[in-house]
Ligand binder design. Structure first.
Ligand SMILES: Nc1ncnc2c1ncn2[C@@H]1O[C@H](COP(=O)(O)OP(=O)(O)OP(=O)(O)O)[C@@H](O)[C@H]1O
Ligand SMILES: [Mg+2]
Length: 620
């Protein structure tokens, strides 16, 4: 007798369930995708105890006939694929014919559905058909799932607290609503409505609900295309940022996807505009011929393979960059009271276990960040006891470890943002500044139509030098100036041993080291761009960099040089400036491509608006 047996369908469904159903949120995803494929206009999701006790997903889609309802629970039974060609041209969310049998294998399922002609109710208990009956209901489908993993304790054990499980569901439903703004979504937890979208196609309305008014107001729309890809979405101004990457929403042909290369492309574009370790909020939808995307990578359908990915990355970078440059504004300080109010509207959106997204540490970035960030500088914002960034919802959920209670009122889901007042933005902003004076030898105070404008003189100069240097260093082999007295720097034996390798890399930038004695390197002439007050210190930092990375590519080295130099040659944080010097700082800043943030992403300019001052002084 042969040893090999074809597995019983129940066992193969259990195996498939292992990949498809890990937690309640996976069931929500599969069922909501089925509703989307059935062209539903309204989808409601009810979760009880984080979906561990029960989930009910209901839609007003096409529904199923009695016969289809039964077939739907068979493995590899699908209405969405007919032949091999369809597999390479997938237009629907589902296509594997695996979700329902997988869910039914590990829980109790009751499906009620009607295609408008006939209605039926079908019941499964841990893979076993319990019965089917005719019922009379309006067109659409309702699926109730309870007792998840009760018969598979090993899996049950891995479920987390109800509040956590619900937060994953809430995050997912938020994202699905964002990528399908024409569908009306409603999400309930323990019978309480926690999220709803109007289904009127307004993405800003959903953003407003998820993250509050400030995010929605600072969302810059973008659209772009090349021969292959069409992009659309919203890039939130970098002054509003988060401590995790989970706020970058990617969808391809309306399918939510995860893609580290695309995510990194977005993060890189924001890099210069944002403090270290902060991440942007971006919504990006990509439309592309379905034949160029392979969605059949993993049963959970989160990952995709995209043809011509490098072209896509280039297009994403250019598009988001162009969106900012047009719309960059100063950081505006809002009154404390309003912030409090805002926090209440902000709905904690939540963490998914994206284990594959372990944050890689870039050693070069690290050196750059550490060496460049001045030790704790007092900021005017701190002095004003103002919290610039709003509370991060994810951090919050984690800190509180309390049941997740998003706040939403029945009326608040319509997008109530008044059309924002026209504010000066881009480079024209600097044309209308009138200098009032200097504060604490550190800040230039100006006024304009909007109110009080505060410029951080150090950050402003850092930005200017950074951009200037970047330009100069693009031209290799720069002009040099001989020194009367050579510069000397201390060097370890390891560095001295590698001086030729180091020179190979620094010579294109005009720096040549010579060995001098047993523990010193000297430089006899320096490039013009290197002239600054602390040239030796700069060379030391450069050598420190080579201690960590003996071989770097030219772009990395350029980045390091630019970052270190920009810091060295800026006006000191505390320094009295004459009116002319202040004017020069402003003129220089205006010349910058990106004047509103220093190279580390901190703001260079903030505005305290007249209306905010009036409010604070209670002048109405
Ligand atoms: N809400 C629904 N409305 C109408 N038909 C549905 C609904 N849910 C499921 N179906 C039908 O049941 C079939 C099986 O669903 P199932 O989710 O198991 O597979 P699929 O969506 O085809 O593929 P995948 O496993 O990739 O999700 C679907 O192809 C569809 O015809
Ligand atoms: Mg499906």
């Amino acid at each position: 007798m042969s040893k090999i047996q074809v597995l019983d369908p129940h066992i193969s469904n259990m195996i498939a369930a292992g990949e498809v159903v890990e937690r309640p949120a996976n069931i929500v995803k599969e069922c909501v995708e089925n509703s989307i494929d059935a062209h539903a206009k309204e989808i409601s999701i009810e979760a009880y105890e984080g979906g561990i006790d029960k989930l009910v997903i209901q839609d007003d889609g096409e529904g199923m006939s009695r016969e289809d309802a039964k077939l739907a629970f068979l493995r590899h039974a699908t209405s969405k694929l007919k032949d091999e060609d369809d597999l390479f041209n997938i237009q629907t969310m589902g296509f594997r014919g695996e979700a329902l049998p997988s869910i039914a294998a590990v829980s109790k399922v009751v499906l009620s559905t009607s295609d408008g002609d006939e209605g039926s109710r079908i019941e499964y208990d841990y893979g076993e058909l319990k019965g089917q009956e005719s019922i009379s209901i309006p067109q659409g489908t309702k699926i109730e799932v309870s007792g998840l993993f009760y018969k598979t304790p090993a899996r049950f054990k891995y479920l987390r607290k109800a509040s956590y499980e619900f937060s994953v569901i809430a995050d997912l439903v938020n994202k699905m609503a964002l990528s399908h703004p024409n569908i009306r979504f409603r999400l309930f937890h323990n019978d309480r409505l926690v999220f709803q979208s109007s289904g009127k196609g307004n993405v800003l309305e959903i953003l407003y609900q998820m993250y509050g008014k400030e995010v929605a107001e600072n969302a810059v729309p973008f659209k772009a295309k090349n021969e292959t890809f069409k992009l659309s979405g919203y890039a939130i101004q970098p002054k509003i940022n988060r401590s995790t990457k989970y706020f970058i929403f990617l969808s391809i042909n309306d399918r939510l996807v995860r893609s580290i290369p695309l995510q990194n492309a977005i993060i890189e574009t924001y890099h210069n505009y944002m403090p270290p370790n902060r991440f942007p909020i971006v919504l990006l939808n990509i439309d592309v011929d379905t034949q160029l995307v392979d969605v059949n990578v993993h049963p959970n359908k989160w990952e995709v393979r995209i043809a011509q990915q490098n072209d896509l990355i280039q297009l994403i970078k250019e598009t988001i960059n162009a969106a900012f440059t047009k719309e960059l504004r100063t950081v505006e300080i809002s009154p404390q009271k309003e912030k409090e109010k805002e926090k209440k509207v902000v709905q904690p959106s939540l963490m998914e276990e994206m284990r594959e997204e372990v944050q890689e540490v870039d050693p070069i970035e690290n050196v750059y960040e550490q060496s460049m960030i001045p030790k704790k500088q007092p900021t005017i914002l701190e002095e004003l006891k103002e919290e610039v960034r709003e509370v991060d919802p994810i951090e919050n959920v984690y800190e509180q470890e309390e049941p997740f209670q998003p706040i939403i009122s029945e009326q608040s889901y319509e997008y109530p943002i008044p059309i924002p007042k026209k504010k000066e933005k881009g480079h024209a902003f600097f044309d209308h500044l009138r200098i009032i004076g200097q504060l604490r030898s550190s800040y230039i105070l100006c006024e304009n139509e909007e109110g009080l404008v505060v410029i951080d003189q150090h950050a402003a100069q850092e930005r200017y030098h950074y951009e200037q240097l970047q330009k100069e260093l693009m031209q290799l082999d720069p002009k040099k100036q001989p020194l009367m007295l050579p510069l000397q720097v201390h060097a370890s034996p390891a560095l001295i041993a590698h001086v030729d390798t180091i020179n190979e890399q620094t010579e294109p930038f005009g720096i040549h080291f010579e060995v001098f004695g047993s523990d010193r390197l000297i430089v006899r002439e320096i490039p013009l761009w290197m002239q600054c007050e602390q040239e030796e210190e700069f060379l030391e930092r450069l050598l420190d960099f080579f201690m960590e990375h003996l071989r770097v590519d030219i772009a990395q080295l350029r980045k390091h040089i630019v970052a270190t130099m920009a810091c060295h040659s800026s006006i000191r944080f505390h320094r009295d400036l004459s009116k002319q010097e202040m004017e020069q700082v402003i003129k220089d800043l205006q010349k910058c491509e990106q004047p509103y943030h220093c190279p580390h992403g901190r703001p260079t300019v903030i505005t305290l608006s007249d209306s905010m001052l009036r409010k604070e002084f209670e002048r109405g």
